[in-house]
Design a protein around this ligand. Structure first.
Ligand SMILES: NC(=O)c1ccc[n+]([C@@H]2O[C@H](COP(=O)([O-])OP(=O)(O)OC[C@H]3O[C@@H](n4cnc5c(N)ncnc54)[C@H](OP(=O)(O)O)[C@@H]3O)[C@@H](O)[C@H]2O)c1
Length: 379
């Protein structure tokens, strides 16, 4: 099958390399004929003009440009032209999922997005497989390698957040502007797309509460250790009693929890389903070749004409009213939380009594403390 690649950066080069070099594998059935980027490079397939992509003879467009526009417009145009689309762009797809999925259905083409969450982990494929037999009841996961690298190093080496962020940037794990990673927005997009694959539910990303790790301190990690807990940034989703809960928050997990043990820059995701129970998947959540691998797997699924149950997602609303937990809070405005405070957790920090997530979020907003750190204390 002939493929056009939109984007030739970290992911695009990984995907192209896998296809170009894998001549004795199934990838031999794929051929990249055109590549779109912004700046010239030494490959005869490269064009800087999107019209060359429209004009070329391909059945599949693989988008790994990133950003909302023009990625969204280009993906729309590809679907309108009756081309299958594979994308790694979680931000664009999470924002436009319903519109693009409906267009793909109307044009009778595929829209696959394995690379958008969990990088190289076949997370979407695992959910599809589980759902051939079961309903997915819930999922949770570590879906950001940068923050897992920072949290793991803070836990293992006792270093401070600022030092670890700098080290992650030097190693190329964290962007120069790390906002999307450390404030939980990257995980929020992945949570939205995981909800599509797990529950057939498409929600607006802005409606998923996302709290990150920007203000975590060595003292918070130390409190976890004293209590046999390890903190991870967790994407959580559950469908229960007709309610769809989705949120992104740091969680102090029991140190015996398999998820607590996923270190370095690895990702891990777990689905809980009716007959399988919990199943956990661990692997490289980002990077050129792992993410390229996930994109190429989607291309092969399409090229080989494999039967894939199409997601039948409909627009859905997030309802976290059933989520009740104990929370760890460190804030300079403890008086706002006086009614829910249960026990001290060191200087400026405390653990709340069991309470609703929505009530906690309302108190956090009221406190308006820009340095507040909040985390779930897992049951
Ligand atoms: N990096 C990862 O590990 C990873 C993992 C999972 C998902 N993703 C997702 O994959 C996507 C790509 O990420 P990346 O890390 O590969 O990004 P990247 O290294 O910045 O590469 C982006 C590529 O897209 C091209 N591009 C960007 N805007 C363009 C435009 N307007 N017109 C034409 N070409 C354009 C760039 O062209 P130039 O080369 O000319 O600048 C570059 O080749 C993002 O959505 C990201 O969230 C990345």
């Amino acid at each position: 099958m002939k493929v056009a690649l939109l984007g030739f950066g970290t992911v695009g080069k990984g995907a192209a390399g896998i296809i170009d070099q894998g001549r004795d594998k199934d990838t031999a059935g794929l051929e990249i004929v055109r590549i779109l980027k912004r700046t010239p490079a030494d490959d005869p397939r490269i064009t800087l003009d999107y019209q060359d992509i429209e004009a070329c003879d391909v059945e599949l467009v693989a988008e790994c440009m990133g950003g909302l526009e023009p990625a969204h417009t280009y993906v729309r145009k590809a679907l309108e032209a009756g081309r299958h689309v594979v994308t790694a762009n979680k931000k664009m797809l999470a924002e436009h999922y319903m519109e693009l999925a409906e267009l793909a259905k109307e044009k009778n083409v595929r829209l696959l997005f394995e690379a958008t969450a969990g990088g190289g982990i076949p997370w979407m494929a695992a959910l599809r497989r589980v759902r051939r037999i079961d309903d997915v009841e819930s999922f949770r996961g570590i879906l950001n390698g940068t923050t897992n690298y920072i949290l793991s190093a803070m836990t293992d080496e006792g270093l401070d957040f600022g030092e670890m962020l700098k080290k992650a940037q030097e190693l190329g794990y964290a962007e120069a502007d790390p906002t999307d990673d450390i404030d939980g927005y990257d995980v929020r997009y992945k949570t939205v797309l995981s909800a599509v694959a797990a529950f057939d539910a498409a929600v607006r990303p802005a409606t998923v509460p996302a709290l990150g790790i920007r203000h975590i301190s060595a003292a918070d990690i130390a409190w976890g250790k004293e209590n046999n807990r390890i903190v991870k940034l967790i994407a959580a989703g559950e469908k229960k009693d007709g309610r769809l809960s989705l949120y992104v928050m740091p969680q102090f997990l029991h140190d015996s929890d398999v998820m607590a043990r996923i270190g370095k820059n690895f990702n891990g995701v777990e689905a809980v389903s009716t007959t399988l129970g919990p199943s956990t998947y661990i692997g490289q959540g980002a990077g050129s070749l792992p993410t390229g691998h996930a994109m190429v797997q989607d291309m092969l699924t399409i090229a080989k004409g494999e039967e894939v149950t199409a997601y039948e997602a409909s627009a859905a609303e997030v309802d976290n009213s059933g989520v009740e937990k104990c929370f760890y809070i460190r804030t300079a405005r403890p008086e706002v939380f006086a009614a829910v405070r249960a026990e001290n957790a060191g200087a400026d920090a405390f653990v709340t009594k069991r309470m609703g997530l929505n009530d906690l979020l309302a108190l956090i907003e009221k406190a308006a403390d820009p340095e507040l750190f909040a985390a779930v204390v897992a049951d």
